[in-house]
Design a protein around this ligand. Sequence first.
Ligand code: SF4
Ligand code: SF4
Ligand code: SF4
Length: 210
Amino acid sequence: MDEQTGNTKLTDGNQNLADGEQAPADGGNAAPVNRREFLKAACRVAALAAMAVGARHLIDTQNGGGKVWQIDPKKCIQCGRCATECVLTPSAVRCVHAYDVCGYCKLCGGYHKANAGKLDTAAENQVCPAGAIVRTYIEDPFYEYRVIENKCIGCGKCVKGCTAFGNGSLFLQVRHNICAGCNECRIAVSCPARAISLVSINTPYVSPKE
Ligand code: SF4
Ligand code: SF4
Ligand code: SF4
């Protein structure tokens, strides 16, 4: 988990290039799909380094209970309460992005409104009310989407769009470098989907793939 941006693969903390993805040796002149894979792999390496820092921070700052609050992305129905019920403002819940799940779609339900007049980067055509998602053109028809964590308010609107029309690579998580570690999470109490529970500090993030 990248503690600065929230963009990472969250599955198990063991993700690395050993799963068959390697940087191209030709400096980026490989076939289109390889360049895309290279970009994904680079993101993961950066995320791994940040995860190590984040894990240390987490262990240093949480109390000794061995449990932390977390959202199960498969249960979350993006009701919006994660943005409004947290004791912190803005909420400790933010959107994170699993690059290995993302389709790098040109038409992204998490980025563009369903009724967008144009598929461009104009604010009025974007789902995110906070301008927290940045897209970068890779090559036709692929775009990379990145969450700017300190802009995200945890509203879940992009998650709803991605879940409805895409692969579900955008999802909400309690960010443990922000969370106050309340004895009873106020969001968990009001969550209509009972999607928030205490999980082991050793597996503090939950991937939509799990
Ligand atoms: S309160 Fe529950 S259902 Fe609503 S956005 Fe948060 S985790 Fe999802
Ligand atoms: S739409 Fe909401 S949850 Fe998604 S990035 Fe923007 S502020 Fe965060
Ligand atoms: S434990 Fe407290 S600070 Fe953390 S997400 Fe829940 S309400 Fe917010």
